[in-house]
Write a protein that binds this ligand. Structure first.
Ligand SMILES: *[C@@H]1O[C@H](CO)[C@@H](O)[C@H](O)[C@H]1NC(C)=O
Ligand SMILES: *[C@@H]1O[C@H](CO)[C@@H](O)[C@H](O)[C@H]1NC(C)=O
Ligand SMILES: [Ca+2]
Ligand SMILES: [Ca+2]
Ligand SMILES: [Ca+2]
Length: 307
């Protein structure tokens, strides 16, 4: 926060925050967010993508400086977006800049490609780099360039035009037509500033079903049911108690209309879904299905609690 204010005082101050969890960096010429919870490289990559940015890399001296300066976690490396997961030894940033173009200083005895199994690069707190297994977990930064961030926020408080506001509920909705399993879907909605949709009324069930049925046809290869979409409810560890992701029973949340014969697979189908007619289904959490996100228009604004 201090850093941010300081930047504002001495240079042009960006009045439009990208979103509350990102901080403007003059060096980076854009917005950075430190994800303090360590994850695997693949999860870091995906989380940044869902947030609308990229896993940050020291692609030039300024980015390297920004990442070093913002990395307040002492003695701890951060994942960079530099990886060779597409081909052994062929290191590129997520944006496709080759490692040979980056200002890299290696840590002692690095890179060593230990066990011939190290395809991801971490940056240590002093700015030196090391290769590591991509399954190791590290904190990381996501980056949104000023170019990317300069679009106006829409009525849903996001630049993601796929979110649309419905004034009847005051919520925004987005139909994800590319299928993910329930866990991945949950994370995708969360990173967009929303959550897997929670149905709180019959009207909301109709709104969601209508949006879904009107969504542009979208072909994604693979075997999955195109007529069922994941929502934000599941059973708690096979206890046959259906709860929304906000900790309520379906009845308390306001909508518990199951389709005929559903739920039909207790103990096996532990995740909540909806048919195109708006009625509910239990489905396998590891199936990949389309899914619906719901978002409070204020969720990413600077002070969501005061809205
Ligand atoms: C950077 O940190 C690593 C790990 O702590 C250490 O081994 C290395 O000597 C440091 N390099 C410089 C240039 O300070
Ligand atoms: C969802 O997919 C991810 C990535 O493929 C996988 O790691 C995870 O185990 C899956 N989760 C479930 C519940 O199947
Ligand atoms: Ca190494
Ligand atoms: Ca809702
Ligand atoms: Ca079912």
């Amino acid at each position: 926060m201090f850093l941010f204010l300081n930047i504002c005082v001495i240079t042009f101050c960006y009045t439009q925050a990208y979103r509350f969890d990102y901080v403007y960096s003059q060096e980076a010429d854009g917005w950075l967010k430190l994800h303090q919870v360590p994850t695997t490289w693949e999860d870091a990559y995906l989380n940044c993508y869902y947030e609308g940015g990229v896993l940050a890399s020291p692609e030039n001296e300024n980015m390297k400086l920004a990442l070093t300066k913002f990395n307040i976690l002492s003695n701890c490396g951060i994942y960079t977006g530099v990886h060779a997961t597409f081909g052994k030894g062929a290191y590129f940033s997520v944006k496709g800049i080759p490692l040979s173009r980056m200002p890299v200083t290696w840590a002692p005895d690095e890179p060593d490609n230990s066990d011939n199994a190290e395809d991801c690069l971490v940056m240590l707190s002093n700015g030196t780099m090391a290769d590591t297994k991509c399954s190791e977990t590290f904190p990381y930064f996501c980056y949104i360039s000023k170019e990317q961030a300069k679009e106006e926020l829409n009525a849903c408080g996001t630049m993601d035009e796929e979110y649309s506001l419905d004034t009847r509920t005051g919520s925004c909705y987005k139909v994800h037509r590319s299928p993910l399993n329930w866990t991945r879907a949950f994370v995708a909605c969360a990173r967009e500033g929303g959550h897997l949709a929670v149905v709180n009324s019959i009207v909301e069930a109709q709104i969601i079903a209508t949006l879904w049925n009107n969504a542009r046809p979208h072909f994604v290869a693979g075997k999955y049911n195109r007529d069922i979409a994941f929502l934000g409810f599941k059973t708690i560890e096979n206890k046959f108690q259906w709860m929304t992701i906000h900790g309520q029973t379906l009845a308390a949340a306001g909508y518990d209309r199951w389709s005929d014969g559903q739920p039909d697979n207790p103990g096996v189908q532990n995740c909540g879904a909806m048919f195109r007619n708006g009625l509910l289904d239990d489905n396998n959490c590891d199936n990949t299905l389309p899914f619906i996100c719901e978002k409070d228009p204020a969720s990413l604004l600077s002070d969501p609690l005061s809205q």
